[in-house]
Design a protein around this ligand. Structure first.
Ligand SMILES: NCc1[nH]cc(CCC(=O)O)c1CC(=O)O
Length: 325
């Protein structure tokens, strides 16, 4: 009997590209398998034009997909790992992490400038809190403007001249076949990427051995361990989608190295550090402790107690990297 798995996917170009690539990789290993794509419109997709702070936070783009899995109407989902909230709903698990794509951010500019050569006051579009904070640190003279929408929409807005440059994940461009659009690749040890950027998460019902057994064929343990460390760091500092946070991990032989930062939403109280360890989660916790000792708590408290009078434009106009892929 031929086995069929239902893959629930968002409809954005990036989500479809990722789902199709995973389907192809699975079919190459299991020639008798059938995989049916089930397109799901998430709340996040319906509200792409509204300020995200108004409509909810992280998870907006995955809830409807997860409901399909929990109800048994679909068997697995392919997510950009960075769009998954720190905690998954009970009953679901990430059962495999395929080999990770590029982790870096790139600057795509209208006239081919780099971050260093953009003219003073140039308008750079991003709705990511993390990218806004890093941009202001490196080029305080630039004007960071909120820019929402899918990757393709953001590139169109750049071409239309709404902004002079945009910052995007290199992985998204590569997966969309637009790698040639990536202008400058930003050094990930300076422009620290989002937690899990460039990685995919194959999510399924916990304990579904039939589905898990198939998906695990695509798991890449070195990629999985890096993402595990980055997410452990996120949880250990108590980060959430309103905190600018980033991390970069790499292997030094058997040792996992992790560099990370946290800042207040307005970019103040920026702290960064590195840690290393044989155990990825221990390295992540060590990094979190160092940062908390160096004042990360202040950065986090900055969000917990926004200034009276609602003067927190950064947090309402910008959002975590989640979403409009
Ligand atoms: N922000 C949404 C999002 N979620 C995942 C990606 C790209 C692919 C990835 O990081 O895995 C993107 C686009 C971007 O940030 O430019």
């Amino acid at each position: 009997m031929q086995e069929t798995l239902v893959l629930a996917t968002r409809r954005s170009a990036l989500a479809l590209a990722q789902s199709r690539a995973v389907r192809a990789a699975l079919l190459a290993r299991f020639p008798d398998l059938r995989i049916e794509l089930k397109e799901v419109v998430t709340e996040g997709d319906r509200l792409l034009d509204r300020p995200l702070a108004e409509v909810g936070g992280k998870g907006l783009f995955v809830k409807a997909i997860e409901a399909e899995l929990l109800a048994g109407r679909a068997d697995f989902a392919v997510h950009s790992f960075k769009d998954l909230p720190a905690e998954l709903p009970p009953g679901l698990a990430v059962v495999a992490v395929p080999p990770r794509e590029a982790v870096e951010d790139v600057l795509v500019s209208r006239r081919g400038e780099s971050l260093a050569t953009l003219p003073r006051g140039a308008r750079v579009g991003t709705s990511s809190l993390r990218r806004a904070v890093l941009l202001r640190r490196l080029r305080p003279d630039l004007e960071v403007v909120p820019l929402r929408g899918n990757v393709d929409t953001r590139l169109r807005k750049l071409e239309a001249g709404e902004v002079d440059a945009v910052i995007l994940a290199r992985a998204g461009l590569v997966r969309l076949g637009l790698a040639d659009r990536a202008g400058e690749v930003l050094d990930p040890r300076v422009f620290l990427p989002a937690i899990a950027q460039g990685a995919l998460a194959l999510e399924a019902r916990e304990g579904d051995r039939r589905v898990g057994g198939i998906l695990r064929a695509l798991d890449d343990p070195p990629s999985a361990a890096r993402v595990l460390a980055e997410r452990a760091f996120l949880r250990a500092v108590g980060g959430n989608c309103h905190v600018p946070i980033g991390a970069y991990t790499w292997w030094e032989g058997e040792i996992l190295a992790i560099k990370g930062f946290v800042a207040a939403p307005d970019g103040t109280s920026y702290v960064e550090a590195e840690a290393r360890g044989k155990d990825p989660e221990e390295a992540a916790r060590a990094l979190a402790e160092t940062l908390l000792a160096r004042g990360a708590a202040r950065a986090l408290a900055g969000w917990a107690n926004p200034a009276p009078g609602g003067q927190d434009s950064a947090s309402s106009a910008f959002r975590p990297d989640t979403g409009g892929a």
